[in-house]
Every structure is written in structure tokens, then in C-alpha cells.
Design a protein around this ligand. Structure first.
Ligand code: DGY
Length: 317
């Protein structure tokens, strides 16, 4: 059996996997060129990949032996899941194991923006902190006194809600389907946008959610409100958000962008009132280890024609 790996795989995972299959690995940090991936997939039984590698219908059409795609991510928006399922290819991902780390980072961004952490750090490093403590210096807003609106109440949204309850914030939420979560008031999307001091996105990127935070929806947010995004950049109309940030009407904490890495000429880099992170929601050693372990289990089960331990994405679509 042959498995294609689209990224430099850590040696312990490589050793484990090579006990189950012959490996063809892309060992460079640069993305694997599509032509090479297409060639390799023609004779592959399994694929281990990440969210930086797009797996579309064209690639799958020539991958006649492929039985399983395992991605080291919870998000599967980089994979044409429908096309895979239609070809009988199992798709596995890594839900659950990154919930806490991603929720922690959403809180870090909320505090980072509301208490102006990055601005304070930059100020000291630039030598601009010259007058000591001043009563009106670098004033922020209190998370404990904030209404936080969560869009998407899957496991990550719920973990964020639990953390916010510890801070004493009022938590409101909107979810596509109805849910009951202790201590959380469910409201419609317009209400959430109009009443939240902080709006935080926790929904998967799908054709239905792409671009859901439109210019019009951003304009409904309160003056000075904060948008937090640890989910996917393409949920948001970035050009409209940049306009709001440029006008100092909104603030933002962003871990994800439409184009990653963020291009050098992106206007986000010039703006104050926003904290930018390089897609590190799941980036703790423990969580990444758990993601790898689960992805390998998914892959090996798929090669053996067994049920994937983390559940098969799109199985019933
Ligand atoms: C995911 O898993 O989808 C996150 O965005 C990165 O870990």
C-alpha cells in the first residue's frame, strides 16, 4: 500500500506509518506543487495532508486507488468532501483534540485587543514609554463587563462560553441549529451583532458560511466592538473589515485570513486596533501531538477499510 504525505512529517509519525505503508513524502516546507501531487496520487491508497493543501475534484478524479484522506486539522474546507465521498474515499479529520487550545487562543485575542496588550508591548520596545504611569494612558475595556456574542456553538464555541463565564462576561450566541447551553442566551444574528461588545466566530467554513460576516453585518456591530476570528478568514468580508478598522470604528483579533500567510502588502499590517496572529489556534505541543495521533489513526483505519476513529466527514451527505 502507498501513502502520500504532503508535508514534512515528524520522524516518530513517519516510523509508525512506514510499518503500514510505503511512504511518498513531500519533505519541503514549501507547498507541494499540484502537478507532483497529482502524479503521486495516481497510485496512492492513502493521503495524509494539512489545511494548506487543497484537494479538489480534479486531483481526486485521477486518484483511482485512493481509499482515505486524513487531514491534520478539524477544518475540511480545503478538501472537496462531496467529491471524495462520491468516489468512496473516506475523509478523516481531528475534531475534539484542539477544542481547548483554540478556545484559549480566542480568549487570548479578546484580552489582547480589549486590554491593548500588543500596543503596550510595541510601545515599550519602541522606547515610547517615557512618562511612567498616567491616569488615562492606554485605557482598554473590561472583558468582565462585556457582552460576548459567539457565532457557532459547536465544541469550540461552547468551550469559549465556559471560559467567558469564569470571567463574568454576559454570553449570547447564535447557531444554525437550535441548541441549549447552560448560561448562554441564544439570540438571532442581528441581535447578536447589535448588542455584543465582542463578536467571536466559531463556525466551520462551508459554502453556506463563506462570507457570512458581510459589510452590512459588520456595520451592525456597535462602535468600538471587537471581532475575533479563530475559525477561517473567508467567513469575513476582509475588505469591509479593513475599512471599519481604518476608520477606528471596530477593533479585531484575527488568527486566520483569506490568504495565508498574510501577504506583505496586506493593509491589516498597517492598522492599529487589531491583533494579528499567524493561524496558531491549535499550536500547542500537546494539541499538535494529539492531532497527529488522531490523523494517523484515521489514516491507518481507512487503509484497512475500517471505520475512522474520529468519524467520517460527509459520510451521510
Ligand atoms: C484546524 O484544525 O482546522 C485549525 O484551523 C488548525 O489547527
Amino acid at each position: 500500500m502507498k501513502v502520500v504525505v504532503t508535508f514534512p512529517i515528524p520522524p516518530p509519525a513517519k516510523n509508525l506509518l512506514s510499518q503500514h505503508a510505503e511512504l511518498v513524502c513531500w519533505d519541503s516546507e514549501d507547498p507541494i506543487p499540484k502537478g507532483i501531487l497529482a502524479d503521486w496520487l495516481e497510485t496512492a491508497d492513502g493521503l495524509l495532508t494539512t489545511l494548506t493543501c487543497s484537494i479538489d475534484e480534479g486531483l481526486l478524479a485521477n486518484a483511482s486507488r485512493l481509499r482515505v484522506i486524513s487531514t491534520v486539522s478539524v477544518g475540511v474546507d480545503h478538501i472537496d468532501v462531496q467529491a471524495a465521498v462520491a468516489r468512496g474515499i473516506a475523509v478523516g479529520h481531528t475534531p475534539g483534540v484542539l477544542t481547548g487550545s483554540t478556545a484559549d487562543l480566542a480568549l487570548a485575542l479578546m484580552l489582547g485587543v480589549s486590554r491593548r496588550v500588543a500596543e503596550g508591548d510595541a510601545l515599550i520596545r519602541s522606547g515610547a514609554w517615557s512618562e511612567g504611569w498616567k491616569p488615562n494612558f492606554l485605557l482598554g475595556t473590561d472583558l468582565s463587563a462585556s457582552t460576548v456574542g459567539l457565532i457557532g456553538m459547536g465544541p469550540i464555541g461552547q468551550a469559549v462560553a465556559a471560559r467567558l463565564q469564569g470571567f463574568g462576561s454576559r454570553v449570547i450566541a447564535w447557531n444554525r441549529s437550535q441548541k441549549v447551553v447552560k448560561g448562554v442566551e441564544f439570540v438571532d444574528l442581528d441581535d447578536l451583532l447589535q448588542t455584543s461588545d465582542i463578536v467571536s466566530l466559531h463556525t466551520a467554513l462551508t459554502p453556506e458560511t463563506a462570507g457570512m460576516i458581510t459589510r452590512e453585518r459588520l456595520s451592525k456591530m456597535k462602535d468600538g466592538a471587537i471581532l475575533i476570528n479563530t475559525a477561517r478568514g473567508a467567513l469575513v468580508d476582509e475588505a469591509a473589515l479593513i475599512k471599519e478598522l481604518r476608520a477606528h470604528r471596530l477593533r479585531a483579533g484575527l488568527d486566520v485570513f483569506v490568504d495565508e500567510p498574510l501577504p506583505n502588502d496586506s493593509e491589516f499590517r498597517q492598522l492599529t486596533g487589531c491583533v494579528l496572529l499567524p493561524h496558531v489556534g491549535s499550536a500547542t505541543a500537546r494539541t499538535r501531538q494529539a492531532m497527529f495521533e488522531l490523523a494517523l489513526k484515521n489514516l491507518i483505519a481507512g487503509l484497512q477499510g475500517a471505520e475512522l476513529p474520529a468519524g467520517q466527514v460527509g459520510r451521510f451527505t
